[in-house]
Structure formats: structure tokens, C-alpha cells
Design a protein around this ligand. Structure first.
Ligand SMILES: C[S@@+](CC[C@H](N)C(=O)[O-])C[C@H]1O[C@@H](n2cnc3c(N)ncnc32)[C@H](O)[C@@H]1O
Length: 387
């Protein structure tokens, strides 16, 4: 039996309103009128509950698929760049998704459009977000770019089936779409470690760039930049975990591809640094550590005996790692390091800077982007993180 999704958009709107995330009536109208189920492909890949390292295909004839479409979940719509690495269509790495509706709402509202703006969306994927933009602003004002040609084609077909014909481009969105610039708004639906200068350059002064922003350690910032002549500045305005721009992805692999405790040259020492704050999800500390320890990845393995002991690893996927054998209430722990960087010393330094700065939360951090690159700052552009 074909599922009845006729009440889906209204139910989704009620859910988003009950969470307090959908506030603007004009975007509410867009959510009511753009049916999400028409954009979710027949196969999606939730996490395998038995082995979280993998994702399993779930098809549109299942109850799960139907129940998830109008719930507030990100749905993974492609794994491993379209060629699943596992058996039976199982995938390892999510490479495209229909974003979580509450995040879609948050980001669209963060654009602060009034109507009439020309918008560039980076990461067309299913086309759902693009359809919302078309509904709100008119398709002739919307440009969207997707790097993966098969996804771009699906997105185009989904949009066209509902009568939306925005300007769609297949290509590298990190370069923007210069032939359609200037834009009033750029909305990235894919995360950047380095915000491409092209996004700022192609936005007219007075315009806005909204983008998910990540470091290798901290994966979930959302930044809004006000574009001025020659630079853009803005604060972190929330959390948004997104997949990364294709060229900015971290090297693939598990921790054990980068940490070999049997390597010749591993140094042992007695460490004093307590790594516990890194497991506490402290907003602000995570950003400072991510900025001040470039390339950092982190894993903690808690002892199963309830002792509170843990093996805590910092590694950079480029030949350096550190291990702390943490013991609660001990002044010193056994520790090991390997490679040119002393990563735990760098983490210690970053934590100490954050403490001295008064333990700032994420909302006190901001980002400046200019043609030379980007700087993360605290409170104002003149105070780079770490200074
Ligand atoms: C989270 S999905 C976007 C969700 C989408 N806006 C929607 O409503 O369904 C991110 C998309 O960005 C695309 N992407 C990754 N790197 C890109 C790049 N450099 N340029 C354009 N698209 C890119 C991915 O292929 C993926 O489809």
C-alpha cells in the first residue's frame, strides 16, 4: 500500500515549532508547501545498530523509512561517494544526506532574507533545501551547486517534479558560481574547515554567508559572516554538524591506521595533564582546542571495570600521536608519545589559554575571512584565539 504522507509537512512544522526552531512565518509557509518525502530517495543508510562503524541500506517499502521522513532526522542518502564499500550495500562513510529539518530551518532563518535576495546554495543533494529557497524567494533568484553529478541529477529531477527550476550547477562549490555572482546570500549546506574566499568574494558587501564550520576535532559550528569590502566577519551562532566539502575531508581510516603503539621510537614519560575536560563536550573549549591544535583527533577508551581508568589518545593522522593512561585521583599517569608533535602538550596549552580567557562559550568566538585565509577570534576580530 502506498503510504499516505498528506499530513507529513504539517506534522513536521508542528514538530519544529514545538522545538522552538521554526519561528519565521514565511519559512513556515515554505515547510508546509514543500513535501519532504518527494526529496528523500528510495534508499537511505541509517547506522547499523550492531556495528556502528557501518551503515545499512533501508528502502522506501519499510516502515522505518516512512516514519523517518517527517521526523526531525538527518537521513543519509549516499555512502562512500555512491559506491558502498561493504557487502549488501552496506556503507562506511556518509557522503550525502537530507539534512535534519530543524537545522535546515535554523540555517534558512539565519540568512535573514526579507524577499527579493539572490541566493547561492552550496550542496544541492536531494534539492529539499533548494526547494524551500525557491518557494520563499522564487526559483529565478536561487542558484545551487553540487559536486556529485548523480546527486545533482536526482536533485534536479526532484525539484523539476514539483515545478521548481532554479539555476543548478554541477561542480566544485568551493569555487562558488562566479558567472551568477554577486549574490546577496550564500548558504553552505556542507561544512568548511577553511571558508573559501570565493563565497565572500561572490557576495555583495552588506550580504551574508551562513556556513557550517568544523575543525578535525570540533565538528559542529555554524557561522554567520557579514560581508564587507575585502573581508567578512561574524560570530558562531549555533551548532551544525555537516559532512565536509569534498576537498577538505580528513584522511580516511580508524585510529589504528594512525596509531601504532609498537612503533620503534615511541617515548614513554610520566604525564600530569588531565584529559578529562575533552570528554565533557564543553562548548567553547572544543572550539579553542580545535583551532589551537590543528589536525587533532581524539579517542577515549574507558576501562570496563568501573575503575574510571581510561586510555586517552590524541593523534593527527600525519605521524604524531600521544597516549595517556588516565587514572582518577592520580597526580601522574603513564604516557607515551610518538612523532614530531607533542600533541598532549599542545592540547594542554590550548586548555590553559581557554581557562585564562575566562572559559568563554562558543557564542564569544567569531571568524574573519579575507583573501589570505581565515582567523578565529574571541570577542572581536583583533583578538585571535591563542593570543
Ligand atoms: C548535507 S548534503 C546537502 C543537503 C541538501 N542541501 C539537501 O537539502 O538535501 C551535502 C552535499 O554537499 C555536497 N558537496 C560536498 N562537497 C561539495 C563541493 N565541494 N561542492 C558542492 N557540493 C559539495 C555533497 O555531495 C552532498 O550532496
Amino acid at each position: 500500500m502506498t503510504p499516505d504522507f498528506s499530513q507529513g509537512p504539517d506534522a513536521l512544522v508542528r514538530l519544529l515549532e514545538s522545538k522552538g526552531v521554526l519561528i519565521d512565518p514565511a519559512w513556515r509557509d515554505a515547510f508546509v508547501n514543500v513535501p519532504r518525502h518527494r526529496f528523500v530517495p528510495d534508499v537511505i543508510w541509517p547506522r547499523d545498530t550492531h556495528d556502528p562503524a557501518w551503515r545499512v541500506p533501508v528502502t522506501s517499502d519499510s516502515d522505518e523509512w516512512c516514519s523517518w521522513v517527517y521526523d526531525d532526522y538527518a537521513l543519509i542518502t549516499q555512502v562512500d561517494d555512491g559506491t558502498p564499500e561493504g557487502l549488501d550495500g552496506r556503507g562506511r562513510y556518509p557522503t550525502s544526506s537530507a539534512s535534519q529539518p530543524s537545522l535546515v530551518a535554523l540555517m534558512l532563518q539565519a540568512l535573514r532574507v526579507r524577499g527579493g535576495e539572490r541566493v547561492l546554495e552550496v550542496g544541492t543533494a536531494t534539492g529539499f533545501n533548494c526547494a524551500l529557497l525557491c518557494h520563499r524567494l522564487g526559483a529565478d533568484r536561487v542558484t545551487s551547486i553540487e559536486i556529485d553529478s548523480s546527486l545533482a541529477e536526482q536533485g534536479r529531477a526532484n525539484l523539476a517534479a514539483l515545478g521548481y527550476r532554479p539555476h543548478l550547477v554541477v561542480g566544485d562549490g568551493a569555487k562558488g558560481v562566479p558567472e551568477r555572482a554577486p549574490f546577496d546570500r550564500v548558504l553552505a549546506t556542507v561544512a568548511a574547515r577553511e571558508v573559501p574566499w570565493a563565497w565572500v568574494e561572490q557576495t555583495r558587501p552588506g550580504g551574508t554567508v551562513v556556513a557550517p564550520w568544523a575543525t578535525t576535532y570540533f565538528a559542529a559550528g555554524l557561522v554567520r559572516l557579514d560581508v564587507r569590502e575585502g573581508a567578512a566577519h561574524g560570530r558562531f551562532i549555533g551548532a551544525a554538524a555537516f559532512m565536509l566539502l569534498r576537498d577538505q575531508r580528513a584522511a580516511k581510516g580508524s585510529i589504528w591506521d594512525f596509531v601504532d603503539e609498537k612503533s620503534a621510537g615511541v617515548e614513554s614519560y610520566r604525564g600530569r595533564f588531565d584529559p578529562s575536560p575533552l570528554s565533557a563536550d564543553i562548548a567553547g573549549l572544543d572550539l579553542a582546542v580545535g583551532v589551537l591544535v590543528p589536525g587533532l583527533a581524539y579517542r577515549r577508551f574507558n576501562a570496563k571495570d568501573g575503575s574510571g581508568e581510561a586510555s586517552v589518545y590524541a593523534y593527527d593522522r600525519a605521524g604524531s600521536w600521544g597516549l595517556i593512561e588516565y587514572e582518577p585521583n592520580a597526580n601522574e599517569y603513564e604516557a607515551y608519545r610518538f612523532g614530531p608533535r607533542d600533541l598532549w602538550a599542545e592540547v594542554h596549552h590550548a586548555c590553559a589559554w581557554w581557562e585564562r580567557a575566562g572559559r568563554p562559550g562558543r557564542e564569544r568566538f567569531g571568524l574573519t575571512v579575507n583573501p589570505d585565509g581565515q582567523t578565529v577570534w574571541l570577542d572581536s576580530p583583533g583578538r585571535p584565539v591563542g593570543s
